[in-house]
Each structure stands twice: as C-alpha cells, then as structure tokens.
Design a protein around this ligand. Structure first.
Ligand code: HAM
Length: 424
C-alpha cells in the first residue's frame, strides 16, 4: 500500500474484533450515568480556538502545543476539541441552561490532542465525561466519584486507586502561586527551560513537570494545604467524610494540580499502575469560576472525563468479533433470489437474530467455508432441491449432528430452538 494513505499517526482504527468491548463499556457507562439522572448531550467536534485558550489556559501543554487548530475558509481560527468541558460551558451559556438551574450532563466522543503517541496516549482518543452545573456542595463531588467507582465495579476493574486534592478558591490559589513562585525563584538556576518559562506565567504547572532531574525539588515544594482557605478546607473535609462513609478508598495527593487551568477546590484522578506511564484512566474536579469567566452568572460546576482507550486496555479482553448466528447459503440464481426474501422475512420475525446471507456467488463448498469463518452456529442451505420442496437444509457448524430438513414456511418458529441445540 502506498505510504501516503496510512492512518494519521496517533489515530487508531477500532476494528470489528474490538468493538464488542467498546460497546460493552459504553453501554455500561450510559446505563450508570442515566441511573444517576445525567442526560446526554452531543456537541460539535470543532469550536473557536479562543474557547479552549480561555478555559484550559494558555500556559498549559494542551494550548501551548497540542491543539489541532487551523484557519478555515472564512479566516476564523478553529480547533478540534481537545476535551469536552469547555464546549459544555459554551453550550450551556449559549442556550441559557445554566442560570438558576441544576444540570447534570454526560457526553461521549472523540477528542484530539497532538501529543507524542505511545501506549495509552493517542492523538485522537475517546472520552466519556460528565458535568454538573449549579451545585456548590461536596455532595455532588462525592456523587461523581461514587458514580465512577460503581462503573469500575460493574466493569470488574479493580486495579485503580483514587487520588484527591483541593486547589482552593481563586484567591487561595493565587496565594499558593505566590508561595510557589518564591520557592522556585530561589531555585531558578536548577529549573529546565520549560519550567523557567512556567515560573513567571503559571508556577503551579511546574509541579506537573515529568523531568526526573526536578523530582526532588518538586517534592520539597510547599503544598496547597498551607494556603487553603477555610471554606475550601471544610468542603474538602466534608467530601472526604462522605467518601469514607460510602466506603470509597482514596489517597490524598497534595501534588495533584491537573493539566488544565480551570479547576478550583476538589480535583481527583483515578490511576492505575497496570498501564505504564499513561496511568490516569479518569480525571476531573470543580471549576466554579469558568462559567463566570465566559460572561455567565457565577455558577458552581464539577465534572470528570475518562479515557476509553485506557479503560479498554484495563479490561484487556479483546475477543473475536461476535460474528453471526446463522449463515444462509444459496446455490443457483433462483435460490439466491429466494434466499434474499427468506432472510428478510426471518429478520422481521426474529429481530435479535444475527443472520448473514452469503453474497458473491460460488459453489456450495466455498460457501460453507465462508459460513465456517463467519462464526455462525448454523448454516442454512437453499439449492434447487430445497426450492422445489419449499424447505431448507440446516447444518450445525460447531458440533456433530445429522443435517435436518425444515419447512421454509415455519422456519421462524423453529429457528430459535434449533439455534439453542446447535450451540449445545
Ligand atoms: P484530562 O485529564 O485532560 O481531563 O483528560 C481526562 C482523561 O482522558 C485522562 O485521564 C485520560 O484517561 C484521557 N486522555 C487524555 N488525553 C489522552 C490521550 N492523548 N490519549 C488517550 N487518553 C487520553 C479533561 O479532559 C477534563 N475535561 C476532565 C473534566 C471534566 N474536568 C471537569 N470536567
């Protein structure tokens, strides 16, 4: 194949043998989100670049170097969404859904970040996320965490742990920024170029540096704890009490600052050591200032998003495709015509039946080969003899049994029990 028609680096095909696991995960998440009263919203993949610059923050990795931005034919700068929260806030404000209202929303879909691709890190990846607006207390933070904990339980994922921190109010965060600025300024010469730049614009981001040479310096930096305001402290303690009462284990991580700038108070991450470097499978927190920042009335908000690819790797059970139940073989032109009609009739009568009609002609041997590869439990054969007699011949493909002749007329009635026998 010519080199220029390959998938774009970091953008993965999800092939037929993988989609059953995806669908299982998506269906489980949807069911749980809806059982907590969250409604689905679907938002555009493209937004104005400024939306992300102003919400995620311009001294973040995402905005500085990871956005897929381009100028469209009107000369406007557009960006493929790197995350879902900014779009939710934009949509909520645009449709007047946030003021004096409580909203619980969820979304699922592709996000785009121009990161260096590696295991668990892609340039197009998928998130399922949730956002709640209009609720200021720690109870909704706890609800979000309980919801995700339930999802792990139902999916059978137990290799995850919950890390928690509080970033306080914008004012206490600003005080913390000052403390960090003073601390890292005293060690300016030890910082790498990236962190020196961050020092002036956003010293909190230095805590996120992955440079091993800075690990010790970062470990000794002052923590947010020391500047946390009284209300944020009470909020954080109440959240911890709620989680403890609900039996959700967590660890406090004072270094958890998150890679996006909009957070206030609670931040959390579900992490695993089972996936190497890309161990965060779900992350979120409060962003009480973001709605006002976009010109809305002050509206508390909290949310999270999980990385589907990472959860799929944790589930780790990519099996064969589901295939079909019944493979319909037709030999000769008249039989092909009759088979199409018979298949339509069976699909109407048995909506859950997975029936593949052989297409592309060929002799009976070749068709049986395809039937075998399809994963079907039964092959139904329609040839000249069967057509003349108004019957079909049924052959079990996965177990020894004599073939059977069935009347076409009653096939929909007999097929379910025949399938049960064919599967043993
Ligand atoms: P985030 O931490 O940037 O937060 O992303 C959430 C999750 O998406 C990550 O924990 C990870 O599982 C997955 N993820 C992120 N980048 C990649 C990638 N390049 N490849 C594969 N998976 C990835 C947010 O996006 C916030 N909007 C979460 C939020 C919602 N906060 C409040 N509401």
């Amino acid at each position: 194949m010519s080199k220029d028609i390959r998938a774009i680096r970091g953008m993965k095909d999800i092939l037929a043998q993988e989609t059953p696991v995806w669908r299982h995960l998506e269906a489980t998440a949807r069911r749980i989100l809806e059982s907590y009263g969250y409604d689905e919203i679907r938002l555009p993949l493209l937004e104005a670049t400024s939306l992300f610059e102003r919400s995620i923050g311009d001294v973040t990795d995402i905005v500085e170097k990871e956005m897929y931005s381009f100028i469209d034919r009107n000369g406007d700068s557009l960006t493929l969404r790197p995350e879902g929260t900014a779009g939710c806030v934009r949509a909520g404000l645009e449709h007047g859904l946030l003021h004096n209202q409580v909203q619980r929303w969820w979304y699922a879909g592709a996000m785009f970040r121009h990161e260096k691709p590696q295991q668990g890190r892609y340039r197009q990846f998928h998130q399922i996320g949730a956002e709640a607006f209009g609720l200021a207390g720690p109870d909704i933070d706890a609800e979000m965490i309980l919801l995700t904990a339930r999802l792990w339980r139902e999916l059978g994922i137990d290799a995850v742990r919950l890390e928690l921190n509080s970033l306080g109010t914008p004012a206490s965060r600003a005080a913390y920024r000052e403390r960090l600025h003073a601390y890292f300024s005293a060690h300016r010469a030890a910082l790498d170029a990236d962190c020196q730049r961050r020092l002036e614009r956003n010293p909190l981001r230095i805590l996120d540096s992955k440079n091993p040479a800075l690990a010790e310096l970062i470990a000794a930096a002052p923590t947010m704890e020391s500047t946390l305001d009284t209300d944020s402290r009470a909020h954080f303690q109440a959240l911890q009490a709620m989680l403890a009462a609900a039996g959700v284990e967590f660890v406090l991580n004072p270094r958890l600052v998150r890679g996006l700038d909009y957070y206030t108070r609670t931040v959390f991450e579900w992490t695993t050591t089972a996936l190497g470097a890309q161990g965060t499978v779900c992350a979120g927190g409060r962003y009480d200032g973001l709605v006002a920042q976009f010109g809305g009335r002050p509206t508390p908000a909290v949310g999270f998003a999980m990385g589907i690819e990472r959860l799929i790797s944790l589930l780790g059970q990519v099996g064969p495709g589901q295939g079909c139940d019944v493979y319909l073989i037709a030999v000769g032109d008249p039989a092909v015509l009759a088979a199409l009609a018979l298949a339509e009739r069976l699909r109407t009568a048995l909506p859950d039946l997975r029936l593949t009609t052989h297409c592309g002609g060929g002799g009976i041997k070749a068709q049986f080969k395809r039937a075998d590869r399809s994963g079907a439990a039964i092959a139904l054969v329609l040839g000249d003899d069967e057509l003349g007699a108004g019957t079909v011949t049924a052959k079990f493909l996965r177990r020894e049994a004599a073939q059977e002749t069935l009347a076409q007329q009653h096939l929909e009635v007999q097929l379910p029990s025949l399938l049960a026998r064919a599967r043993g």
